[in-house]
Write a protein that binds this ligand. Sequence first.
Ligand code: HEC
Length: 503
Amino acid sequence: MRIALNRMTKKLLFLWLICIFFLSVFNVYAQDNKANELIDVGASIYLKGKTYSDQSFALIGKSSAEAPVKLFPCKNCHGMDGKGRKEGGIESPNITWRYLTKPYLFQLPTGRQRPSYTIETFKRVLLTGVDSAGQTLSHTMPRYKLTDYELESLLNFLQKIEVSVPTGIDEGNIWVGVNLSDNPKLKSMNQAMKMVLNAYFTDVNQSGGVYGRKVRLVFRDDTFFRNNPVFVILSLKMENYLARNKDQQSGFQYQESLPVIQLFGHSTDLRKRKNSFSLYSKIDSSKLSTEALIKFSKEKLGIPLKQMVFVTPDITENKLKAPELIGKWLDENLQSSTALFIEASDATVENLLDELNKKKTFPILLIQSSSKRLKTFNKLLKYPAPVFAAMPPVPEFADENGIEEYNKLTKQRKLSQHNFMAQLWTLTIAKVIHHALKEAGRKLQQEKLVKIIKTFYRFSTGYGPPITFSANRRIGAKGAAIVQLNPEIEINSITPVWISIDF
Ligand code: HEC
C-alpha cells in the first residue's frame, strides 16, 4: 500500500483539507476568445431572445409591430437544435448553417425553393424577410431589427449549433465535459484531478472502451461544451463560478438538461438544474456537520445530548463576548458535562481552550469546523482530550480494491500522488460515470444515462462511502466523516467513521 496513513500524513491531510475548505474564491475567470464569445452571445439571442442593444426588436406580422425579442426567440419555432419544427400547421425550417448553405437550389418542405444563403442574404432575411432567392417569407417568421453584432453572433451560433446539441455520443465516442474551477489557488489540485481522470479513461479506452466507444474527456480550457459533452464533471467551488458566469457560460445555460456531477453540493444554482448530482454533501454546511457530530457522540461515544454543552454563535455573542466571561460561564455550565460542542469564531475557540487549560478541565470537544486559522487548529491538535471534527470523506474510506486500483493507476502512468484526496474523490466520479455508461448499454443516450444514475443504490466505488441516487436524492453520500484530530489520545471509539445524515 503506497498510501498508508500514519499520523503525520493524517495531520498533513487535515491541514490540506482546511486549506481547501476555507479557500476564498477569487473573481478571476478565463475570458473565452472572440469566436466563442460570438457563439455564446448568439446562443443567448437564439435561445432566450436576449438582446445587446435597446434598439433591437422583433417586428411582428404584416404591420411590423415592435415587440421584445425575448417574446420571440428563434428557439420557439426553429427548436433547441435549429433543426426546425412542425407545429400547428406551421412549418419552421431547419436553419442550421449547414442547411442554409446547401450548395444547390434547395427545396423546403413548403415547396419554396432558394439557393444557398450567403452572410449578406442571411442578414437580409432576418431584417427584411426576403430570402436568398429574393422571395418574401410568410409573416409567421418575424422580422428582426438587430445590430450587426447580434446578426454576426446568430450566424456564428447557427454555424456551431449542430455540434452544440448535447447528445455527446457518436458511433465511436462518448464525450464527457470536465469543467475545472479556474481559481488559481486550486490549480495544482485541478491538475491532479485532470491527471487521474485522463489516466482512468485512458485505461478504459485501452481495454476496449464502453461497448466499443472511447470515452473522450473535454476540458473547459480546451473547447468546453462545444464538443457535445454527454455529461459534465465539475470540480470544487464550481457553484461560485457558475453564479459569476451566468451569462458568459451560456454554453452551460443553453444546455439546461445537460447532466452535471460535482464533488460537493448542492448549491441552489445546481439544484435548479434538472439533472444535477453531487457525490457528497457540502461539509461546511453547519447543519450537516452539527447533526453528524451529535449523532456520532450519541451513537459512538455514548454521550447523550443532555451531557453536552453547546457553545454556539448566539451564546458567544451574548454571554461570551469578553474572554473573562468565559471562565465564569464554563464554571456554571460544564459541571456534569462530558462533551463540549463548539461552533464559534477562532478567537472564542482559542479563549475557550485557554480557560479549560487554566481550569485543568478537559471535556471531549466536538468542533464545528468553521475555523480559518491554523493557529487555532494547532491548539486543538495539542488538546489533552479527544477532539472530533466533521470532514468530507477521507482516504480511510477507500477499500483495498480502491487503494490497489489507485496505486496501480498512478504507478503505471507515473502520476504524482500529491493531492491524493482530491484524486480519490475524482476517481469516485469517474467510477460513477463509467458504471452508468456500462449499464446504459450499447444504445446509449443521455436520458438513459441519467435514468441509470438515478437508480444507483449503495453503489460501492472503492474510494469512499457508497453512493445512492434517486429521483429525489441528488447527493450520493449524505453525511460526514467524523475524524479525531488528535488520534494519539486513546479513546474507545475509532475514527474516522462515516455518519449518514438524511434530512
Ligand atoms: C414565430 C415563429 C418563428 C420565430 C420566432 C422565428 N422564425 Fe424563422 N422562420 C419561421 C417560419 C415559419 C419560416 C418559414 C417561412 C416561409 O417559408 O415563408 C422561417 C424562416 C426562417 C429562415 C429562412 C430559412 C430558409 O431556408 O429560407 C431563417 C434564416 C430564419 N427563419 C431564421 C430565424 C432566426 C435566426 C430567428 C430568431 C432570431 C427566427 N427565425 C425566429 C418561423 C419563426
